[in-house]
Design a binder for this molecule. Sequence first.
Ligand SMILES: [Zn+2]
Length: 248
Amino acid sequence: MAVTHTAALLLRAHPYGETSRVLRFLTRDRGIVGVMARGVRSGKGSGLDTFAGGRLTYYHKESRDLHSFKEFGVERSRRGLGRHPLRLAAASVLADLVLRHGGDADAHALFDALDGAFDALAEAAVDTVPGALLREGWQLIAVLGYHPSLDVCPVCGATLKADDMGRFDFEQGGVRCPGCAESSGGPRLGPGARAQLETFLAGSVPADLQRPRAHLQFLSDFVTHHLAGSRSLESFRVLAALLPPDEA
Ligand SMILES: [Zn+2]
């Protein structure tokens, strides 16, 4: 067993028996790390608040999925995330996205993106949470290597014109041009929605964000296809239940 120290974000804590916890972290040096924490309670005062950031110390066991927890020195508690269910649900979506992917990417870039995303959500005014989640979610997807192609048809290679109505092809990860769209069952993606997606991918929220629920459903479907296997993430359903319907 080797004592290991790394910057880490606590993504999930599950009770294990009466007095222990299984904790899942995204670490800056080793990606996703699961540890067994014996005799540790989570929740108020324990320092083990979900989405907290800090320094994790654990005993790394080769060839084991669960390592042994030593301590977690919290540097950013992010209690603001727990003060509103919408912020909490949005942070859960990002944590689940990374957990489901498995964190097998450039660990430093992924860590920094998620660390920044939790800060952004913790500080977001409640009515700006859906936009902030869409921006941070698409940024994470890009870091994980799944940047969707929005301007070149993945079937014929044609460049989409600004006012083209295309259809998104989940298999190919891009927008089909009008000529190739007919044979696709993917969702229609018009010029407005495409421009808004470009804005999220560029790291901003459109000033006139329209139909946030439809955008979140699209993000959920994209994640299901590329990262989650066949099941959508439960945290997207929790989030959707908290949002008002889109205006027509
Ligand atoms: Zn085409």
